[in-house]
Design a protein around this ligand. Structure first.
Ligand SMILES: C[S@@+](CC[C@H](N)C(=O)[O-])C[C@H]1O[C@@H](n2cnc3c(N)ncnc32)[C@H](O)[C@@H]1O
Length: 211
């Protein structure tokens, strides 16, 4: 199986710098707030934050709807330890596992939200991850993916010429993520938002199981 595990900032020793970099350089608040808004979480919903990292988005999801059952999953115990620490007594379930074989039964979640994770996966794992997300979502459940996306201007196209060599971003910049999502069985696949960040263009892709 063609797998490769890329930690939050490519190298494990950089993980402690993840939160400050995302907050002050990438200004994560802007696009994560939009993602939470779009996920439109209702009370009693079951929500999975796939590749939750240090848990910033997971906590935002829980704060947006404290009655929802929120789970953060990541493959790296080092980031999960930071997430657990940040969440204090907040009732969030933290699980260790891989995107390509999710440790949940079929039809478990109403929402799967994932931010800046898909570009860490090799092409085959991206496809496997979307199939797994489809499997664990309930019928009519929604997927909300925030990640690097196709450039929409000459400036962002230029930015991607360097960025596409980092991690596994090339599929993202080539606009393949919506195609992989549709291929996994989702309907209503659309790019709902796009943003320009210092690291390149970011998109939010939405899709529904069973439309
Ligand atoms: C750039 S960080 C994003 C963290 C968080 N979602 C955010 O938006 O700040 C990417 C995360 O994906 C996780 N990751 C990478 N490959 C994974 C895989 N195959 N399965 C689960 N998590 C994975 C990494 O451990 C890391 O925490």
């Amino acid at each position: 199986m063609n797998t490769r595990y890329i930690p939050a900032l490519s190298f494990k020793w950089l993980t402690p710098l993840y939160d400050p970099l995302l907050k002050w350089v990438m200004r994560e608040e802007t696009f994560k707030r939009k993602l939470v808004q779009q996920a439109n979480i209702q009370s009693q919903m079951k929500v999975l934050d796939l590749g939750c990292g240090t848990g910033t988005l997971t906590l935002m999801l829980k704060r947006a709807q404290p009655e929802a059952q929120v789970t953060g999953l990541d493959g790296d115990p080092q980031v999960l330890a930071i997430a657990r620490d940040k969440s204090h007594n907040t009732n969030i379930q933290w699980d260790e596992g891989l995107a390509s074989s999710l440790p949940y039964p079929d039809s478990t979640f109403d929402r799967v939200v994932t931010s800046l994770v898909i570009h860490h996966l090799v092409t085959d794992d991206k496809r496997r991850a979307f199939k797994e997300i489809f499997r664990v979502l309930k019928p009519h459940g929604e997927l909300h993916v925030l990640d690097f996306g196709a450039p929409h201007s000459s400036l962002t196209r230029f930015m991607t010429t360097y960025m596409r060599r980092l991690e596994e971003t090339a599929d993202n910049f080539d606009g393949l993520i919506p195609l992989f999502v549709a291929e996994a069985g989702f309907g209503g696949v659309k790019e709902a938002e796009n943003f320009v960040t210092v690291f390149g263009p970011i998109s939010i892709i939405q899709a529904v199981k069973g439309v």
